[in-house]
Write a protein that binds this ligand. Structure first.
Ligand SMILES: [Zn+2]
Length: 116
């Protein structure tokens, strides 16, 4: 949405993501306006929540989608490549699982096969 700085009259725009963040913030903090910061003088120009909602009527859906995406990345099930490549974590060692041949036989034999 297009804004104009109240102080230096610089026109600037709020992107979709920016609006989404703003609307989320207003929702959680129960605010009726958002302080959009001018890119030139960095002063805050209040934008009424209503006005922003008008330009982004389905923001709740968009936010919900965004949250789902974030969750999917956060607890990615194994095998799903996240944005950052993880170093392969140490998997369970496989070498240790050899079944030992029963030693009881040889043990037994040494005792029982004593012939006189
Ligand atoms: Zn300004």
């Amino acid at each position: 949405m297009n804004l104009r700085c109240a102080f230096c009259q610089t026109p600037y725009t709020l992107g979709r993501t920016e609006k989404l963040i703003a609307l989320q913030q207003m929702e959680t903090e129960k605010l009726s306006h958002y302080d959009a910061h001018c890119p030139r003088c960095r002063k805050a120009t209040p934008v009424e929540r209503q006005k922003m909602e008008v330009t982004f009527p389905n923001w709740r859906d968009a936010l919900h989608e965004l949250e789902q995406q974030a969750e999917a990345v956060a607890d990615a099930p194994q095998g799903t490549p996240a944005s950052a490549p993880k170093p392969e974590s140490v998997s369970a060692p496989k070498a240790e699982s050899k079944p030992k041949p029963a030693s009881s036989k040889t043990h037994k034999r040494s005792h029982t096969h004593k012939e006189k």
